[in-house]
Write a protein that binds this ligand. Sequence first.
Ligand code: GTP
Length: 601
Amino acid sequence: MSTSTVSTKRLRQPIVVVLGHVDHGKTTLLDKIRGTAIVKKEPGEMTQEVGASFVPSSVIEKLAEPLKNVIPIKLEIPGLLFIDTPGHELFSNLRRRGGSVADIAILVVDVTEGFQKQTIESIEILKEKKVPFLVAANKIDKIPGWKPHENEPFLNSFTKQSPAVQQRLDNAIYNLVLQLAQLNFNAERFDRIKDFTKYVAIVPVSGKTGEGIPELLALLAGLTQRYLRTRIGFAEGPAKGVVLEVKEDPGFGHTIDVIIYDGVLRKNDVIVLGGINGVIVTKVRNLLLPAPLQDMRISKTGYRSVGEVYAAAGVKIIATDLEYAVAGSPIYAVESEEKIDEYKKLIEEELAKVRFQKNVTGIVVKADSLGALESLVDALEKKGIPVRLADIGPISKRDVIEAEMSAKEVEEYAIIAAFRVKPLPGVETGKVKLIYNDIIYQLIDDVEKYINDVRESRKRKTLDTLILPGKIKILPGYVFRRSDPVIVGVKVLGGIIRPKFPLINKEGKRVGEVLQIQDNKKSVDRATQGMEVAVSIKGNVMVGRQIDEGDELYTDVPKEDLEILFKNYKDVVTDDMKEVIKELIKIKRASDPLYGLGLQL
Ligand SMILES: Nc1nc2c(ncn2[C@@H]2O[C@H](COP(=O)(O)OP(=O)(O)OP(=O)(O)O)[C@@H](O)[C@H]2O)c(=O)[nH]1
């Protein structure tokens, strides 16, 4: 078969993913697309897939019929293949060398809320994986005053809204345009775009009423077949794919759900894929697709067996040795026995990029899939959290030992971040902190928070050991005890005093040490500017000799403490404390010319 030029190749169906912030309507939108497609299909048109839903072009054309003056499309692609599970977690497993198996993405944004944290994260991920996207501005039915027109094209429904409602929607869309501009994207409502290579298209939709879905589908189809021709040109050859999920199915044992993005996969093909304990080489025993006439999402056991599947497709593979298969691993069908080693090497290299052990001080990351592991490590390293060990599978003794090694250097790195994995039986984690979360971005937040908390508490502890600048005045008429220890009423003129802080007079002479502080007869562990408190002072000190009523005293801050204060705790240096420091420097320079040198006051 001649496949010499791209233009002669037939096109396969583009693979579409849905991403966006929690609750912005990903699932609802996908369900609506599927539902709309099922309603519009002719019997036999709707092929079933595993892990994905296929919307045939005939359905898209029918839906887009009223739009033919706005979006003139003649479809060459057979349809669109939507990955069924929306969100980061599964998307991360759609790995492909240098990018993603997904050809295009729908970024769902609640138009009434605008971009949120995960919308921005999604964009980052899409950028990194080089996946083009369009924005579905969802929930337009929530615009105040919106009159819904079930399943109609957005443009039809829009013209039927009052000018005030139209304006409200335009304002909301404009808000998205601004937010995208801040992220360096030109964006515009789809019907106002002339050059789709320069602008991100915003399609107003409602997952609830189905408005805008015709345009969404028409654009996905039109844009992919126009701009991604090379990528979606079908190659006749052994299948290339990715393991989406590893499952234990009743009756089948361990199976893998696979997305094939290129070539043909046949029964009895030899396949190679990544496993926890090394590369797996096995033979396809059976290929399963959901039985027809059922919504594949609810079909648990109703599979039918097929002899072959053509890209792009979602299919369940039955084979031996799949128990330790790794989700997110590439999977290749091998054309001949001699090529097995070549493919094995390819997969080993691919896996080694994500699973590693480095001789650095950092945390341990464990996950159940390659995609999740990769996303986690990337995100952690971007936040400046180094990773020492990254691996797939349950938490083992080795992981604990590695985390302990890091803890010797940096105590807060005694962490095992675990994504959907648990410790093996009998593995004790001891002092190592085990942080679980089943949501990637939350796990990252948890790790970051833990590290910051440990650092913060260490900082507080160290701060507590410093002698800080403070200045007090002994109030005339408030001498309660003249010696052993002295007890006087003082006013804090600036900075802070605490028990154990040594005191000096204006000449820089040591006069004793704060023993206790009482505020309204209650013992307190500090007094700050403006407070009037009773202070006991110990040391060889007597009122009338070393100190007297009306005297001003300073805390005797060692040079090193002052430096640490400025280096690590600048945030606790108040303006009044700064004034005290200036005076202290003058006093102390008489005996130490280097005191307070270089401080940025
Ligand atoms: N009015 C209105 N409500 C919607 C629309 N789309 C979704 N919703 C509602 O918004 C809520 C969240 O929708 P989901 O589809 O679960 O959102 P999701 O993004 O898949 O959420 P997660 O899977 O939790 O991330 C649900 O209560 C939906 O009914 C819409 O277009 N209009």
